[in-house]
Design a protein around this ligand. Structure first.
Ligand SMILES: Nc1nc2c(ncn2[C@@H]2O[C@H](COP(=O)(O)OP(=O)(O)O)[C@@H](O)[C@H]2O)c(=O)[nH]1
Ligand SMILES: [Mg+2]
Length: 358
């Protein structure tokens, strides 16, 4: 606590009596704003969602003072983590992710579980929206005291946004959420980022016009623990079943994953609430298999290692580009390279050396 806001600090008693009331008012206001990390932590552990939101806001903040507080908060929460199931959901906009999360979330809540939903949406800065902006699709989850829904943070880089989500998971776990669902749209590398922070990765698809694997990034298929064809209802039901068979055949061509889990293909209707229970059973089966063969634990360890390296790279990049010398020299070096006066490598070396000088 800083000197000015410390109630035990003698200097506060030196405030002239005429301004005493005012000073106390200001003090109270500041105190509200600057709630201590310990206070937020205690409330998070006590399952207070307002404080959980406040903690995540600290994590998402770009202010240096908030950054320090956020790191202290995360450290305090760490011993209370690692006891949730983390599920990643990806798919193109409109495939039904939000509707699906609502349906799955309700199944979990009925079983007495608490569910948190977070989002990694690298496009939200451009669209100024969020994939969770359409909270109407999650109406009953939004209303449930057992669910916590947090829209995507905005940020300049996917790495930054993803890291904040990764840290937010820690707070959600400390607040006692049993299942954490991370939603992402298939933009850029966001699937890779989400894949590296979840235990189970689910790809939502629509039945196409036959050639099911067309237009899917190979990497996503390799990451998926399940492919679920949504909107298997009405006229679409048969096409969805056909698509399922095609995917099943295609998946046989892929080598067995490290988890030794063979990805499953299923159909569901998030809207009509069919097939959702089966998908939850599948996820439980996956957990059983991977707990037994040790992959679950090993995967989380590897993910921690990944985030360590990722964070270093992100921080190095940020501090490099924020370095005053780099900010004043970068453009002229680029110009020299464009004019063929120096090579890109020489320019890079020069700038890197420059950034090392304080
Ligand atoms: N028929 C049908 N429509 C669905 C289903 N799931 C979602 N939708 C509709 O598809 C549209 C997009 O859903 P949404 O959940 O917002 O997709 P997201 O962009 O992937 O989050 C909405 O109009 C939903 O009502 C489904 O299982 N069947
Ligand atoms: Mg959505």
């Amino acid at each position: 606590m800083s000197k000015n806001t410390d109630p035990h600090n003698n200097s506060s008693s030196k405030v002239p009596s005429s301004t005493n009331k005012q000073a106390i008012g200001v003090f109270k206001k500041n105190q509200q704003k600057n709630v201590s990390v310990q206070h937020i932590f205690n409330a998070i552990i006590a399952k207070d969602t307002t404080s959980l939101s406040r903690g995540i806001t600290l994590i998402e903040s770009t202010q240096q003072t908030h950054f320090k507080k956020a790191q202290q908060l995360i450290e305090k929460c760490l011993p209370y983590t690692n006891n949730s199931i983390r599920i990643g959901i990806t798919g193109v906009p409109g495939v039904g992710k939000s509707t699906f999360i609502e349906a799955l979330g309700n199944v979990l809540i009925e079983q007495g579980k608490k569910v948190a939903v977070l989002a990694v949406d690298p496009s939200s800065t451009i669209s100024k929206g969020s994939i969770l902006g359409d909270k109407t699709r999650m109406e009953s989850l939004v209303r449930s005291p057992k669910a916590f829904i947090r829209p995507s943070p905005s940020g300049n880089s996917l790495g930054g946004v993803a890291q904040k989500t990764r840290e937010s998971i820690i707070l959600c776990e400390a607040a006692g959420y049993d299942v954490i669902i991370i939603e992402t749209v298939g933009v850029g590398q966001s699937e890779t980022a989400v894949h590296s922070m979840v235990d189970f990765f689910l790809l939502l698809k629509l039945a196409g016009a036959g050639d099911e694997l067309q237009g899917i990034k190979r990497g996503i298929i390799e990451m998926a623990d399940a492919i679920v064809i949504n909107k298997a209802d009405g006229d679409n039901l048969n096409r969805a079943k056909e698509a399922k068979n095609q995917f099943r055949k295609a998946l046989h061509l892929y080598p067995l994953a490290e988890s030794s889990w063979s990805p499953e293909v299923m159909v569901c209707s998030a809207l009509k609430n069919t097939g959702i229970q089966e998908i939850w059973k599948l996820i439980q089966k996956y957990l059983e298999v991977t707990h037994k063969n040790g992959f679950f634990e090993e995967n989380r360890k590897q993910q921690n290692k990944f985030w360590l390296v990722q964070t270093i790279e992100e921080q190095l990049k940020t501090s490099f580009y924020n370095h005053p010398a780099i900010q004043s020299e970068l453009d002229s070096q680029i110009e020299l390279v464009l004019q063929h006066k120096i090579t890109p490598f020489a320019a890079a070396r020069y700038l890197l050396n420059l950034s090392k000088k304080s």
